[in-house]
Design a protein around this ligand. Sequence first.
Ligand code: ADP
Length: 259
Amino acid sequence: MKGEAPYYKASGKEIEVFEHSYKKKIPFLLKGPTGTGKSRFIEFMSYELDKKLITISCHEETSSTDLIGRFIIKGAETVWVDGPLTTSVKEGAIIYLDEIAEARPDVIVAIHSLTDHRRELFIDKLGQTIKAHEDFMLVASFNPGYQRGFKELKPSTRQRFVAMSFDYPEAKVEAEILVNETDIEHDIAKKLVNIAGKIRNLTELGLTETVSTRLLVDAAKLIHSGLPKRLSVQVAVVEPLSDDLEITLALKDLCDLMI
Ligand code: ADP
């Protein structure tokens, strides 16, 4: 049975675009920095479409074997175990490859035949090719590498997807998200959003990633739980952003003034 719908506040036409992409089963790429609601959006869409969602958080060790499956030894036998990609392809689930560019290159090779007209998966270890269930859809996210430390996604891979950019929501929407997610007072939500706006504009700090909606949600949760506001902002917003003492002190002073 369907549980409660995940809360997702749309910023643009993403719901409409996703619905149509799903109808035509075109792979979908969500671009954007961490904590901007990409995962929440996919949870929401799979709920709306009433499809099972299988999420894989890719990292540098994620290989095609992890996704497709492997033989394991069970007693005196070796048995084949489907990986999450194979399961999704067979059962007709939506698979979400979060941070796909982090995965090993063989993952990209493995999804190729699933992302074009063939819609099939080749399981090399079994010598089998399986046709995707008609409900199967591949979704991936990618953090564009405009700053240090992020991996790129090759144009030949990107062109296999419909893509949409996700960014921090506008102030009014972000405050609404905070209130909805944490039950915090609207006035405090607005102050948190103002702090985020200020820090996001401080490009001279050279932060690898700036304040995400996720960090604000965490700060709001701590405040709602009864932790003092300044301390909440310090531990949920300032400290996760940087380890540079000068920067964290400067940010803490700024935040103390604004909350
Ligand atoms: P990403 O996948 O982009 O890293 P998430 O989807 O995990 O980000 O979002 C982080 C948190 O921020 C969510 O758990 C949710 O609390 C909040 N959030 C961000 N954007 C939205 C949105 N548009 N609607 C609802 N919640 C959001």
